[in-house]
Design a protein around this ligand. Structure first.
Ligand SMILES: Nc1ncnc2c1ncn2[C@@H]1O[C@H](COP(=O)(O)OP(=O)(O)OP(=O)(O)O)[C@@H](O)[C@H]1O
Ligand SMILES: O=C(O)[C@H](O)[C@@H](O)[C@H](O)[C@H](O)CO
Length: 172
């Protein structure tokens, strides 16, 4: 049985900060979903155009496949991935769920007020994602539903608090 953590949320919410901390604390394999985006998706966002379902579909399938490969190899993982919609999370879960052995995908939603996240994006330099896309990220976001395995963290907590809380709630 392996666990696959998806740290989700809008751009600038702190996914990388939390996911890297959790992966380090647990010694689990880490990946950034942004590194799985085709260059065309990165270019589109950099031009200030939000991705649509078609842009995200192959990317989500690749990430789900990556987690399932690791599950099959008995390797626990932590990834960052916006995973904004329920249907996206269904794709991310699908390949791991199809394996025998009771492997788990756990979503950790880093969530908080628009103004806090906008302020952090403003202070960040050299990232392809423009602040102008934050509203579309919030518009697209669908909260975790009661039957989804996961939990919400408050972006206003310190990175250290967030990592500790995440680790406590992830471990079975
Ligand atoms: N809990 C926190 N408290 C204060 N600042 C934070 C916190 N978490 C992250 N930050 C800062 O906010 C900015 C965004 O964080 P981070 O890059 O981890 O977000 P992200 O969700 O991975 O972003 P993206 O998806 O756009 O790459 C960074 O400058 C980071 O240092
Ligand atoms: O689904 C999406 O729209 C994307 O994955 C974005 O969320 C960004 O890639 C990421 O957050 C970097 O800012």
């Amino acid at each position: 049985m392996t666990t696959h953590v998806v740290v989700m949320g809008v751009s600038g919410s702190g996914k990388s900060t939390v996911a890297e901390g959790v992966a380090e604390r647990l010694g689990w394999t880490f990946a950034e979903a942004d590194e799985f985006h085709p260059q065309s998706n990165i270019d589109k966002m950099a031009r200030g155009i939000p991705l649509d379902d078609r842009d995200r579909a192959p990317w989500l399938r690749d990430l789900g496949g990556w987690m399932a490969e690791h599950a099959a190899a008995e390797d626990d993982t932590v990834i960052t991935c916006s995973a904004l919609k329920r249907s996206y999370r269904d794709v991310l879960r699908r390949d791991v769920a199809a394996l025998a052995g009771g492997h788990r995908v756990v979503f950790v939603h880093v969530h908080g007020p628009f103004e806090v996240i906008a302020g952090r994006m403003e202070g960040r330099r050299g990232h392809f994602m423009p602040e102008s896309l934050l509203q579309s990220q919030f518009d697209t976001l669908e909260d975790l539903e009661p039957d989804e395995h996961g939990f919400v963290l408050d972006v206003r907590h310190s990175p250290q608090e967030l990592v500790t809380e995440a680790v406590e709630r992830i471990l079975p």
